[in-house]
Unconditional design. Structure first.
Length: 315
């Protein structure tokens, strides 16, 4: 997402270098979406991947693509069969006919329909799977009660939810516990708190115009400065263990369960490689207890999404 849905997308040359570095380090499952682009260019991420494989065809067999769709141009959830068929057709055309889509999933479930009957809501997606347009189903931002209902009808290849040192509410923990029980992989997105945990921004004013973070309550006003106290404590813990805070954060996310896969994004090749390697750092029981105790005592301020986008979270 950070390669194309940003106020200043990087060049193909820089993006390709980061993509190669991540893959060579072992990050061979890529998460993309039919809407990871700026307004009017929402398919840019898919197109970028297609250009990458055209230039480096030897990587086609190394990478599994997990693609989120199921939303319209205004990012409202849709499960319409023909609309998603059209999204998948355009995605395949941009990727190249010989690049398989391993997993397709709705980025969000509609609040009313998805909550009332998630099995029925997912039926059109499963129909497209049966047609051979992609390999397996996944879901994103759903609670464990919804997962249990879906699992009675479908085989889910992946569940994508936000997991980080500032996004670890009980409902997220419940999904990870379900993942451990069932063996279903969890794609843990934004494991670095959208750059907050790594101090990408020193003040709310540092956030560029057009950035998603400008609309997130946790990045705004007094909440921003209050939440920095969490990073202060994380910095101290990381320094004691001779780690960067980014390494600590990714290692902690990976330690949440045997099937939890952090999916940090970066346009910097060196950082991309470091992020992958960080997931293999093993924290001691004492380390995790110190972090968990600190998190339990910290009162985080602000929601993780703008109010207008919160209706479709953890359905």
């Amino acid at each position: 997402m950070q390669l194309t849905w940003t106020p200043s997308p990087v060049s193909d040359e820089k993006a390709f270098a980061a993509m190669k570095a991540a893959t060579d380090a072992g990050a061979t499952a890529w998460s993309s979406a039919t809407f990871y682009g700026n307004p009017g260019h929402q398919m840019d991420n898919i197109a970028l991947i297609g250009r990458f494989f055209k230039k480096y065809p030897e990587y086609k067999d190394k990478v599994s693509l997990v693609i989120k769709g199921g939303v319209d141009e205004s990012l409202h959830p849709i499960n319409d069969l023909e609309a998603n068929r059209a999204l998948l057709k355009e995605t395949q055309e941009l990727l190249g006919a010989d690049v398989p889509i391993s997993v397709y999933l709705p980025a969000r479930l509609d609040l009313a329909q998805g909550k009332a009957d998630p099995v029925k809501y997912m039926a059109p997606f499963d129909e497209l799977r049966k047609e051979g347009l992609f390999g397996a189903l996944g879901v994103s931002e759903v609670r464990v009660e919804t997962l249990e209902k879906l699992a009675t009808a479908y085989s889910l290849a992946v569940v994508e939810i936000e997991v980080s040192l500032w996004s670890y509410e009980q409902e997220i923990q419940d999904v990870i516990a379900w993942s451990t029980k069932t063996g279903t992989p969890v794609f843990a997105y934004s494991p670095l708190g959208r750059g907050f945990i790594t101090r990408t921004y020193k003040t709310p004013e540092d956030i560029p115009e057009g950035s998603f973070q400008r609309y997130v309550p946790r990045f705004q006003g007094d909440a921003f400065y209050h939440n920095l106290k969490l990073v202060d404590q994380l910095d101290a813990i990381a320094a004691q263990r001779n780690l960067t805070t980014a390494q600590l954060a990714i290692a902690w996310v990976a330690s949440r369960g045997p099937n939890v896969i952090p999916i940090p994004g970066s346009s910097n090749p060196e950082r991309a490689q470091q992020n992958v390697e960080s997931a293999s750092i093993e924290l001691s029981p004492e380390d995790t207890k110190a972090i968990d105790d600190m998190l339990a005592q910290f009162d985080l301020k602000g929601g993780r999404y703008p109010a207008a986008a919160s209706d479709h979270l953890m359905i």
